[in-house]
Ligand binder design. Structure first.
Ligand code: ADP
Length: 246
């Protein structure tokens, strides 16, 4: 896994400054949450890290390598995005092995790596199933396995829990949070959900109008908000949350 560094990243769309000077380092093995209301620039920031957007100014680096102008397919990023639906013309195993196939990995090795990941995510027995027959939570795990199969340098997750019910979300939060820690993944995790960010991420970057207002551990952000905006945005309904990753 690699360290991600964003240095003064700006992205303008016409009159809109979607990202307005974001600097952030995600250390090797760390999961940083990008938290903020709709339209604050989270997805655009993530898309510049993935390589789908070229910043108007600033740079993106993985370790010492400047990847600002490197196309997405040459960045070795694992993506868990809403729009990256599972392929419904392949089995679950086929989905997970797809990226490896594209890289010319042989069939038996692909199969072994896909099965290993599926087992790790607790869905090993679903390998031969059609993904459309899986529950939302199971599909989400297949998506994660698919992203991890290529052994990405960095993992990018954009609202991966969207569409799941609250109970399942709570369970996946714990399970996936543990798994990401165990795998020593470097990741950026976009969400508008404070609770999710607090529970899943080592640090949180709170964004507002294209800028980061504060970066800190969940505890720092919650207990010592740097600005009024952060204070209002992270005010939680349930102050007795089990802050498992603190
Ligand atoms: P978030 O992920 O926090 O909801 P986005 O990064 O999607 O925010 O959007 C930030 C701002 O940039 C919004 O005002 C949005 O309308 C604008 N924006 C995002 N993508 C585009 C685009 N492709 N063209 C024009 N404006 C865009």
């Amino acid at each position: 896994m690699a360290r991600i560094t964003l240095d003064s990243v700006r992205k303008r769309y016409g009159e809109t400054m979607a990202v307005d000077g974001v600097s952030l380092t995600v250390d090797d093995g760390e999961i940083v949450g990008m938290l903020g209301p709709s339209g604050c620039g989270k997805t655009t920031t993530l898309r510049t890290v993935a390589g789908f957007e070229t910043p108007t100014a600033g740079t993106v680096s993985f370790d010492e390598r400047d990847v600002t102008h490197v196309p997405p397919e040459n960045r070795n990023v694992g993506l868990v995005f809403q729009e990256y639906a599972l392929f419904d013309n392949m089995t679950v195993r086929g989905n997970v092995a797809f990226g490896l196939k594209m890289r010319g990995v042989g069939k038996s090795e692909r199969r072994a790596r896909a099965d290993e990941l599926l087992d790790m995510l607790g869905i090993g027995e679903m390998a031969d199933r059609d993904p459309t027959t899986l529950s939302g939570g199971q599909q989400q795990r297949v998506g994660l396995a698919r992203a991890l199969a290529i052994e990405p340098s960095v993992l990018l997750l954009d609202e991966p829990m969207t569409g799941l019910d609250a109970k399942l979300k709570a369970r996946l939060r714990d399970e996936v949070g543990d798994l990401l820690t165990e795998l020593d993944v470097t990741g950026l995790y976009v969400t508008h959900d404070q609770e999710e960010a607090m529970l899943m991420c080592d640090r949180i970057a709170v964004m507002n109008e294209g800028r980061i207002e504060q970066v800190g551990t969940p505890r720092e952000v919650y207990e010592s908000p740097a600005t009024e905006f952060v204070s209002e945005f992270v005010a939680l309904d349930a102050p007795d949350l089990p802050f498992v990753r603190w």
